[in-house]
Design a protein around this ligand. Structure first.
Ligand SMILES: [Mn+2]
Length: 351
């Protein structure tokens, strides 16, 4: 029998291996601090309660639980990683030892099985100061790149996407950033990085070939309208799938990163953001756009940002962001299995 033990959580959340045959329990410790000092001890159960025993994940997930880059006073976006974890605990996975069982879910709507693979939830980036956050994110992203693990980071405000993307400098191909967002995030003080100007900082990174922003809408003053030669802006109203597919083909063969600001969704689907704008995309439109991006390029990693804590987990308020995460995990898994093109390599680093 391959799996002698089941990994279960009991007695105030301590982890136990349950010997299935004798129904006896062995207490175990589980954290990733030994691999990566930059993550804080996981205070809550990992995503889907998925405990990975062999450190060989299909996808790495980590949280960036900060709001220092938000222009919204007392923003609660720092709580979002754990809110999304709690939401995922509606779909608890009891893993086994020594051979882990990949996370597989059943989607009632479509009647389909969804394979999410083996997950490594590293926990959240720890914070000493803003500089240490940058270093920690760099360490985590480098860990993922060195091992060719795709990753999903859960924010946090949008400014931390800069720390993630700037850590991708050693990818051996130019990078294209796909952004779903109600705003263009290009306007603000050039001296202070925040969630409203993060893409003006990212555009200055030499290895970033292009930034494609999809979903901007609403009114701005003229001084708020900023353009940049690397940034392609597709407003919500001008978006159409045919032109989009042609645009994607232009960047075929490059490395890709996907950044999802939850305000890209219409507030009807997800109102729990600090700067909501009516007239956004529906859930199925966003899903179709993400599927199209995955169908045309190799995605190194992705983020989901800007969700705040004003909703209620039990009432299903965060089920759509969770579906988004599941969609990303399943596509990253499919990409890993099906890809005959090698997505990217880390440039060999000279000693
Ligand atoms: Mn944004």
């Amino acid at each position: 029998m391959a799996n002698k033990y089941e990994i279960v959580q009991k007695d105030n959340e301590y982890l136990f291996l349950r010997d299935r045959k004798s129904n006896s329990y062995y207490k175990v410790e589980h954290e990733y601090e030994d691999i990566l000092p930059s993550v804080s001890k996981l205070e809550h159960k990992p995503f889907f309660n998925y405990i990975l025993p062999d450190n060989k994940p299909d996808t790495v997930i980590f949280g960036i639980p900060f709001n220092k880059g938000s222009r919204f006073p007392n923003s609660t976006v720092n709580q979002f990683p754990n809110i999304l974890r709690q939401t995922s605990h509606k779909l608890q996975h009891h893993n086994q030892y020594p051979e882990p069982i990949p996370l597989k879910l059943f989607h009632l709507d479509s009647g389909k099985e969804v394979e999410c693979g083996k997950l490594m939830d590293l926990g959240d980036v720890s914070e000493i100061n803003r500089y240490s956050v940058h270093e920690s994110i760099q360490e985590i992203v480098s860990f993922c790149m060195d091992n060719s693990y795709p990753f999903v980071s859960i924010g946090g405000d949008h400014s931390y996407t800069f720390d993630v993307v700037s850590s991708l400098k050693d990818v051996n191909k130019p990078l294209v950033i796909w952004v779903l967002d109600a705003h263009n995030d290009l306007y603000g003080s050039p001296d202070k990085l925040d969630h409203g100007n993060v893409f003006s900082y990212i555009a200055e990174l030499s290895f970033v070939e292009a930034i494609v922003q999809i979903g901007s809408r609403g009114f701005r003053t003229f001084e708020q309208i900023v353009s940049h030669p690397k940034v392609i802006q597709i407003s919500r109203d001008s978006f159409n799938m045919k032109t989009f597919e042609q645009l994607i083909k232009r960047f075929k063969g490059l490395a890709h990163y996907l950044s999802i600001d939850l305000d890209c969704l219409d507030p009807y689907y997800f109102p729990f953001v600090d700067f909501g704008v009516p007239g956004g995309f529906s859930k199925s439109e966003i899903f179709a756009i993400i599927q199209t991006i995955f169908g045309n390029g190799f995605i190194i990693g992705a983020d989901i940002v800007e969700g705040n804590a004003e909703g209620n987990v039990v009432k299903g308020n965060y089920d759509i962001p969770l579906e988004l995460l599941i969609l990303l995990l399943s596509h990253l898994k499919i990409q890993k299995e099906g890809s005959n093109e090698v997505g990217y390599k880390r440039k060999s680093v000279k000693p």
